[in-house]
Design a protein around this ligand. Structure first.
Ligand SMILES: [Zn+2]
Ligand SMILES: [Zn+2]
Length: 244
């Protein structure tokens, strides 16, 4: 199995350190054929895009870099945040439908839509590590909002599921299969284990292996994902960015 794309990377438009062109060239050096620039939604405190109009600028720049490189494609997407308990996200449909792909991820440091979300989602996700008793409630809240987001929006990939913010993987996997949403193996954060991947794969879910690179040094380096897929015996047909 070999990877031909990296669908989760960041640029200077959010908290990445490199330009779109620098990220693309670095990925091409790694032997990839395409990448997606997927900068953080505006509600990520201190790290998001200035506003969602920025995505249209990123898209224009991505197309230009694609044309310059010729043999390498640069897609433009967004890594949106969940901002309320009903699965609302911080990138509106009129913007994300103009992009090549939509990622949705749970992040602990966001500006939520309302006080209830601030309490149930933002605060409790920070507290559960210290207060074990609320963990189950946190898992329920996180799972419910993510599943609702998948049904409500045209989500292509859920980014780093279960990182820092715990989920019921069984329910998430079922929703991924039902809504045709890919489940990400996130090499950048490198926190996943083969048992979880086996559990998710059983539902016929499609996977994608991404770097979540914020620097040119890490873009397209997906070998750890290959090791995980091999251990979990996931065939290349079940991986969106892999070829046999
Ligand atoms: Zn993320
Ligand atoms: Zn990211």
């Amino acid at each position: 199995m070999r990877f031909f794309a990296d669908y989760h990377t960041h640029s200077k438009y959010s908290d990445g350190r490199a330009t779109i062109s620098e990220m693309a060239k670095a990925a091409r050096k790694q032997g990839l054929e395409e990448i997606a620039i997927t900068d953080h939604g505006p509600r990520n405190i201190g790290t998001g895009v200035k506003n969602t109009e920025q995505y249209l600028k990123i898209r224009t720049e991505a197309r230009k870099v694609s044309e310059e490189l010729g043999d390498f494609k640069v897609l433009c997407g967004a890594e949106a945040n969940i901002v309320d308990l009903e699965g609302g996200i911080d990138v509106p449909k009129k913007i994300y439908q103009e992009l090549d792909l939509l990622l949705v991820g749970l992040h602990p440091y966001i500006l939520p839509n309302d006080l209830e979300t601030a309490w149930e989602y933002v605060l409790k996700n920070r507290l559960h590590k210290h207060l074990g008793g609320i963990r189950r409630k946190v898992v329920n809240t996180n799972t419910k909002t993510l599943v609702e987001a998948m049904y409500k929006h045209d989500v292509d990939i859920i980014s780093h599921p279960g990182l820092e913010m715990p989920l019921n993987l069984e329910e998430v996997a079922r929703a991924c299969a039902a809504t045709d949403t890919a489940y990400e193996i996130n090499v950048g954060h490198n926190y996943q284990n083969p048992a979880d991947i086996v559990q998710v794969a059983r539902h016929g879910v499609k996977f994608v292996v991404d770097s979540d690179a914020h620097f040119t040094e890490t873009v397209g380096k997906l070998d750890k994902g290959l090791a995980l897929l091999t251990q979990a015996k996931v065939p290349p047909e079940q991986v969106l960015n892999a070829k046999p």
